[in-house]
Design a protein around this ligand. Structure first.
Ligand code: NAP
Length: 272
């Protein structure tokens, strides 16, 4: 990746995370360019990462091998239509915008190699996970470039079908919020049981962190880890029974199905 020239269109939160991840992996500042309409934002990113920034998107993409579309989905159509004439056919387009399909991107940009990605917010801490889908025009070398780009901020997983990005959105894209909701609920429940709010919050957060690390680092699956800490007739079993009596698993399924449906609806609206 270190000799690949990359241009970011839009230098907001997600672009800054990716730029930071690439820089941390040793990609030289001279290989990265970005464009953004905000003068303050340009100055901030230039100061933080030492890269060159442009007000004009067309200037940023000149000479780049990979063009990362990192603007909000709502402005993507206008950005692509204005950029199309300035792109070369062999440039890889990587879109991180939620809900904009390859077909829409190709309708606005012309037929090109396109990788669509769905990252999530922990990318800000380089602890993200992304689903990636490549259209048929993407070469093996370009797949590797896209994987390395998203891999700079976490785990990057390929999907064989584009429609599965709705499921990725439901699981990991929106996923951090589900864990935050559980943290809120556990903190409130701890407070109800008499703990000071701060103590309940700290107990909850450190438990979440510890459980996530056990689940990711032990090589043991979550169901088995749960069995190991659930002794018959114990306190954990009492809680799990209460969760399951309330339909916990079915509720999680309904929630994720609702997110996937909404993702498909938004894609349909934004992609027109
Ligand atoms: N944040 C996440 O966790 C996350 C997760 C998955 C996917 N994504 C996707 O990542 C994309 C960027 O999200 P973000 O959170 O980084 O948003 P953001 O912080 O708002 O960044 C977008 C940047 O693009 C700039 N911009 C607006 N119009 C532009 C134009 N015509 N040309 C070039 N740049 C322009 C914006 O400037 P102004 O602010 O001045 O308009 C802003 O600095 C979105 O499509 C989103 O769906 C984000």
């Amino acid at each position: 990746m270190s000799d690949t020239r990359i241009a970011f269109i839009g230098a907001g939160n997600m672009a800054a995370s990716l730029i930071g991840g690439l820089r941390a992996q040793g990609v030289p500042a001279a290989a990265i360019r970005a464009s953004d309409p905000g003068a303050e934002q340009r100055a901030l990113i230039a100061a933080e990462h030492g890269i060159e920034l442009f007000a004009d998107n067309a200037e940023a993409v000149a000479g780049a091998e990979v063009v990362v579309l990192a603007v909000k989905p709502q402005v993507m159509k206008a950005v692509c239509q204005a950029l199309a004439a300035h792109l070369r056919p062999e440039q890889l387009i990587v879109s991180i915008a939620a809900g904009i399909g390859c077909a829409s991107l190709e309708a606005w940009l012309g037929e090109r190699p396109v990788v669509r990605c769905m990252p999530n917010t922990p990318a800000l801490l380089r602890q993200g996970v992304s689903g990636l889908f490549a259209n048929a025009r993407v070469s093996a070398a370009q797949r590797q470039q896209a994987e390395q780009l998203l891999g700079a901020v976490g785990l990057a997983l390929w999907l064989d079908e584009e429609r599965l990005l709705d499921a990725v959105t439901a699981v990991s894209g929106s996923g951090p919020a589900y864990f935050f909701l559980l943290m809120e609920a556990m903190t409130a429940a701890g407070e109800q049981l008499g703990l000071p709010r701060d103590t309940a919050a700290q107990l909850t957060l450190q438990t979440a962190l510890g459980a996530a690390r056990m689940a990711t680092e032990s090589g043991v699956d979550a169901a088995e880890l749960r069995r190991r800490v659930t002794s018959p007739n114990g306190t954990t079993e009492a809680a799990i029974n209460a969760f399951q009596a309330g339909g916990f698993e079915a509720l999680v399924q309904q929630a994720l199905a609702a997110a996937a449906r909404r993702s498909a609806e938004l894609a349909e609206q934004l992609g027109r």
